[in-house]
Design a protein around this ligand. Structure first.
Ligand SMILES: Nc1ncnc2c1ncn2[C@@H]1O[C@H](COP(=O)(O)OP(=O)(O)O)[C@@H](O)[C@H]1O
Ligand SMILES: [Mg+2]
Length: 219
């Protein structure tokens, strides 16, 4: 007789926003409260580690010039190729996205097997790829453009042109805010961000019927 296998899927909500808006800062706060957070950026890096199928596909499409001497992905080189060229960026996306989806699905199953009722999926291009259809709710992090630029200069040492290219490659933030179920305003300090994250998270839990007691706020 076949064993009856009960697979409990966690409820998945999305976390997105523009580049540098503070998604990872929000994700870190949620993780600090004990919520599992899956980071699509991290999975995208995993998809192209040295020796991976993903990296082989990239090298096949873009040429060996996107590899370093030691066979790693040369990110700066690839970025320069794709941010200047829509077709190249679409090709990159269509190589990487299916791998990221597979890796994410594996993570969600494992998280569900641990009995977790809820998981946050942090995805920069969530709306751009139509992912909201598969998510219970979407949270958008928003910060004023000037602040984002200053923060990105601190984080990535990008110049203005590099930041412009990255912002231009995304859906306008105002459109994301309009589509969001919840918006977190990251126009203040990190302490304010933590507070606003907590408030949104608590509202989200209540609307999804998940007990927030599972995720104690630590200060
Ligand atoms: N409220 C804030 N005050 C000061 N620095 C912030 C704030 N929010 C984010 N940052 C910093 O700005 C940079 C971008 O934030 P991050 O969370 O990495 O953005 P994203 O993941 O959306 O690209 C990081 O260096 C982060 O530490
Ligand atoms: Mg991030």
């Amino acid at each position: 007789m076949l064993a009856y296998i009960r697979r409990v899927e966690p409820v998945i909500f999305g976390l997105t926003g523009g580049i540098g808006s503070g998604k990872s800062a929000v994700g870190k706060r949620l993780q600090g409260r004990g919520l599992p957070v899956v980071d699509a950026d991290q999975l995208a890096r995993l998809a192209v580690v040295r020796g991976s199928r993903g990296l082989a596909e990239l090298a096949h499409y873009f040429g060996a010039e996107v590899l370093t001497a030691t066979g790693e992905l040369d990110r700066a080189r690839l970025a320069e190729r794709v941010f200047a060229d829509d077709e190249a960026r679409r090709a990159l996306d269509s190589l990487i996205h299916p791998i990221v989806r597979e890796l994410a699905a594996e993570r969600f199953v494992r998280i569900g097997e641990r009995g977790e009722p809820l998981v946050c999926y942090e995805v920069p291009l969530l709306y751009e790829v139509g992912l909201e259809r598969d998510l219970a709710k979407v949270v958008v992090v928003h910060a004023p453009d000037l602040l984002v630029r200053a923060r990105l200069t601190g984080r990535d040492a990008f110049n203005d042109a590099q930041i412009d290219a990255r912002i231009a490659a995304q859906m306008p933030l105002a459109d994301k805010v309009r589509r969001a179920d919840y918006v977190i305003d990251n126009g203040g300090s990190l302490a304010e961000l933590a507070q606003r994250t907590d408030a949104v998270f608590e509202a989200l839990c209540s609307s999804l019927g998940v007990s927030v007691d599972r995720y104690p706020a630590i200060n």
